[in-house]
Each structure stands twice: as structure tokens, then as C-alpha cells.
Design a protein around this ligand. Structure first.
Ligand code: SAM
Length: 281
């Protein structure tokens, strides 16, 4: 069997299992299993595969057909300017979260020294991207998941910035470590109803503690706001991603806790996706 035939076979299996990205996934998974670039594969479609290569490819196709996200099969995901190691212990970084990174860098264009806390660091995609842009910023990464912190540490090491980040296993509820200029977070913000309706590729594979934000979706967001009141410096910024339809409620909680809404960021679907708030009291 050659590259062309096996891609067609993989694609057929994926289509039969309603994978919308069947064509591209079938090619990508061959490139992963053979450790060859996609270009090399497409230029050598008549090359024959060995039996063990066919078996390896079909095992990846079988994972994908059960809707396992490509990022977990491949083991990485590109975010901002870097490839991040990804596994089942961390959320796959999303495009929308790059908007938060972009806006923070815009606001702090002139700030050379900043002490940043990332609440729920996951793979480390937000904090690592920020610190790569700003050579003198320091970071603290907290997460309730020991295994997520381990992944973030690996990613920081790959980017050679592990000595600029403190990694602490902690719930935001019990975290009083220091005073920060900036707190960033992409918290779990999916409500109970939304969680039950999630695409199976997300619900069955991505960690529940990275997604589920309590019955109304804003339980963790509220905890972060309440705690940020104590651990942000005066005039410090809290920059958070939020879910669909949460903007009004979250703004009210922020105002009640002494924050002023400095900016709302819309995503590509014109949804109010991130909030940046300044601590004024
Ligand atoms: C939506 S994921 C975000 C991961 C990463 N920052 C990103 O943007 O891809 C949320 C993360 O928050 C962590 N988390 C959930 N509840 C937490 C809490 N109470 N305190 C600290 N971290 C928490 C989860 O383990 C998960 O890694």
C-alpha cells in the first residue's frame, strides 16, 4: 500500500465517523506516524509503506475516529508564536486566548518590569507567550492540577524561560503569595447545561477541571475576582477570558469588588470574550 492509498483509506474511515476535517487529518496523521513533513508525503504519494507503518497509522486513525482531538494525538499545538506540548492533562490552547495575549502586550507596550500571575496556567501558553515577548517580566503560575503544572514546566523549559517562572500547585482560593502588577486567567467557565451539550471531542478528552465553571459557569471566575482584590497591587490589572453571555454578570462582580472595566475584547464571532479590569479600591 502506498501513501496515496493509505491516506484515502484513513480519510474514508474518518468521514464514515463524521470527522469534518477528515482530509487534512488523514494527511497529518500519516505525517506524524512516519515523522515526515506533509510536503514530503504529498510529493512522494507513490512510496510504499511497510506493514508496521500501516499498523501505526491505522492506530492513530482509530483514535481520531473516536473524536480524540488532533492536538492530543499529535502531542502539540501552536499558540501565539510557539509550539506547546499538549496532553490529556491540559486544555488545548484556543485561538481566542491569543486575543488576551495580544491586548495585554498592547496595554503594557512600555512596561519593562512586571510581576505577572497566571491563574490556571494549564499548558502555560498565556504566561510563556507573554514572558517570551518581555525579557524582564517575571511570572508565577498556579494550577490545581499537578500534572498541568508539570506540562507548563516542560513548555517553559523548551522556551528556556523556566527560571523566570515560579510554579505553585494551589487553588486560587488559598493563594496569597505576593502582590502582582497583572493577573491573567483563562478560567474554566462552562456552565452545567453547556457542559452536557459539549462536542464529544471536547467533553470526553479535555480535562473537566479545565472546562467546568460550576452550575452557572462563573464560580471560578468569581473566586479569581475576589482573591485578585488582595493580591493585585493598586491600579493593577486583571485580564480574564470569559464565556458566551457572561459579560454582564462578570462586570457586576468586578464592580462590586472594586474594579473598573478598562476594556472588553470581542472574539472573531463578535462575542464578548475577554475582560480587562483595573483595581481601583
Ligand atoms: C481553561 S484551562 C486554561 C489553561 C491555559 N491557561 C489556557 O489558556 O489554555 C483552566 C485551568 O485552570 C485550572 N483550575 C481550575 N480551577 C482552578 C482553581 N480553583 N485554582 C487554580 N487553577 C484552577 C485547571 O486545572 C486548568 O488547567
Amino acid at each position: 500500500m502506498n501513501y496515496r492509498n493509505i491516506i484515502e483509506k484513513g480519510c474514508k474511515i474518518l468521514k464514515k465517523n463524521s470527522i469534518i476535517t477528515a482530509n487534512i487529518d488523514a494527511e497529518l496523521l500519516l505525517s506524524i506516524s512516519l515523522k515526515l513533513s506533509r510536503e514530503k508525503i504529498l510529493l512522494n504519494l507513490e512510496n510504499e509503506l511497510k506493514q508496521y507503518e500501516i499498523s501505526k497509522y491505522i492506530s492513530l486513525i482509530n483514535r481520531r475516529k473516536k473524536k480524540e482531538p488532533i492536538s492530543y494525538i499529535v502531542g502539540n499545538k501552536f499558540f501565539w508564536k510557539y509550539s506547546f506540548n499538549i496532553n490529556k492533562n491540559v486544555l488545548t490552547p484556543r485561538f481566542e486566548t491569543e486575543l488576551l495575549v495580544e491586548e495585554i502586550l498592547n496595554i503594557f507596550k512600555q512596561s519593562n518590569y512586571l510581576n505577572v500571575l497566571d491563574v490556571g496556567v494549564g499548558s502555560g501558553c498565556i504566561l510563556i507567550s507573554l514572558l517570551k515577548e518581555k525579557a524582564n517580566w517575571k511570572g508565577t503560575a498556579i494550577d490545581i492540577s499537578k500534572l498541568a503544572l508539570k506540562t507548563a514546566k516542560i513548555n517553559a523549559k523548551i522556551q528556556q524561560i523556566e527560571n523566570r517562572i515560579k510554579f505553585i500547585k494551589s487553588d486560587i482560593d488559598n493563594f496569597y503569595n505576593n502582590k502582582y502588577d497583572l493577573i491573567v486567567s483563562n478560567p474554566p467557565y462552562i456552565s452545567k447545561i453547556e457542559y452536557n451539550k459539549l462536542d464529544l471531542g471536547v467533553r470526553d478528552y479535555e480535562p473537566q477541571k479545565a472546562l467546568y465553571g460550576g452550575i452557572d459557569g462563573i464560580r471560578i471566575i468569581e473566586k479569581i475576582i475576589k482573591q485578585s482584590k488582595y493580591i493585585l497591587k493598586n491600579n493593577g490589572l486583571l485580564a480574564m477570558e470569559i464565556g458566551l453571555g457572561q459579560h454582564h454578570k462578570v462586570s457586576k462582580i468586578l464592580e462590586k469588588n472594586g474594579f473598573y472595566i478598562a476594556k472588553t475584547i470581542f472574539d472573531y464571532q463578535k462575542i464578548k470574550r475577554c475582560l480587562i479590569a483595573r483595581k481601583i479600591k
